[in-house]
Write a protein that binds this ligand. Structure first.
Ligand SMILES: *[C@@H]1O[C@H](CO)[C@@H](O)[C@H](O)[C@H]1NC(C)=O
Ligand SMILES: *[C@@H]1O[C@H](CO)[C@@H](O)[C@H](O)[C@H]1NC(C)=O
Ligand SMILES: *[C@@H]1O[C@H](CO)[C@@H](O)[C@H](O)[C@H]1NC(C)=O
Length: 293
């Protein structure tokens, strides 16, 4: 009898441990599962005719025609982490179209971390336009061509946002790093939580060859496809001041030692505009972060 009870209680304990383990595994998985566009996002403009949720919430197509584009935003807000989205850009003649994918807080002093994809006529290259806004202030553009055709297939565009740095990645390759240079007096986005936004709109006034090539509405509707939006929260080191992401999570996403060469390769071969090299635009001197090591 007593043996049975002992056995029983050990079994119960084992069962309890298994339950705890299961709960932890579920929490861990749900933290990094792909978002459901039906439940995790709000369509903010364009309506469901221009924002089609497909595959049971697994993917989203945004449409632009001569009546409207479309946009959506995540219901949740985030403060630091790594976000990934797979995007297949508007194929064919996409001149004038802008596909945007960015993080932003709200209000006039908002922070923002931008990816924008500027379309082109068939066969000519898209531009990946990046920018960082702090306290409502942008003017930190860097632009790139890609080393593949972004309209043929889905590719992963990521933003790593930690208290120390912002890294833009394409298929895991870093293309841009924006460091926290608060000690030089440069504001850094680390106080306001941000939502994720996606949109497709008509930017013919500036997007393609600086606005020379307009949108050809005969090619409408223009369609950009999104899927596998995923957020991994950064685990903040306890008692660290200033706050920082645990080295483990940050290194998993961007390892300066092993990926620095790749970053250099992208910047040397694919960067087409860098505000930090635009001395004509800043006659009184480049912004302080441009001269930081
Ligand atoms: C996404 O959410 C909708 C609405 O709740 C649900 O019907 C659908 O099954 C979900 N999709 C997935 C892939 O879980
Ligand atoms: C928009 O496009 C549709 C279909 O091509 C066309 O019938 C309509 O006249 C266009 N409307 C405007 C305002 O250009
Ligand atoms: C479009 O193609 C032209 C000609 O190759 C190029 O100068 C431009 O940078 C390309 N991209 C955009 C978005 O204008």
């Amino acid at each position: 009898m007593s043996i049975l009870v002992l056995f029983g209680s050990a079994g119960m304990a084992y069962y309890a441990v298994a339950q705890v383990f299961l709960v932890l595994v579920l929490l861990f998985c749900s933290a990094s599962a792909n978002a459901n566009f039906s439940t995790d996002f709000d369509i903010t403009w364009g309506g469901y005719e221009h924002a089609n949720i497909l595959e049971n919430g697994r993917s989203l197509n945004l449409l632009l025609d001569n009546t409207s584009g479309a946009g959506c935003q995540s219901k949740k807000e985030y403060l630091f982490g790594k976000i990934d989205m797979q995007i297949k850009l508007v194929p064919g003649n996409s001149a004038g179209t802008v596909t945007a994918y960015y993080l932003s807080s709200q209000g006039p002093n908002h922070d923002e971390i931008d990816f924008e994809f500027l379309g082109n006529v068939s066969g000519d290259p898209y531009i990946v336009h990046t920018n960082v806004f702090t306290q409502g202030q942008g003017n930190r553009e860097q632009q790139f061509y890609l080393w593949f055709d972004p309209t043929k297939d889905f590719h992963t565009y990521s933003i790593l946002w930690s208290p120390q740095q912002i890294v833009f990645l394409v298929d895991g390759s870093p293309i841009r790093v924006f460091h926290n240079n608060e000690e030089l007096g440069v504001a850094y986005p680390n106080k306001q939580a941000m939502r994720m936004y996606s949109s497709l709109w008509n930017g013919e006034d500036w997007a393609t060859r600086g606005g020379l090539v307009k949108t050809d509405w005969n090619s409408a509707p223009f369609i950009a496809c999104f899927r596998k939006f995923k957020v991994e929260a950064c685990k903040i080191k306890k008692n660290a001041s200033p706050p920082s992401c645990s080295v483990a999570s940050e290194h998993k996403w961007w390892n300066q030692d092993t990926q620095q060469e790749r970053l250099k390769w992208v910047q040397q071969n694919y960067m087409i505009y860098n505000y930090c090299a635009d001395t004509r635009r800043f006659p009184l001197g480049l912004p302080p972060e441009c001269n930081a090591p």
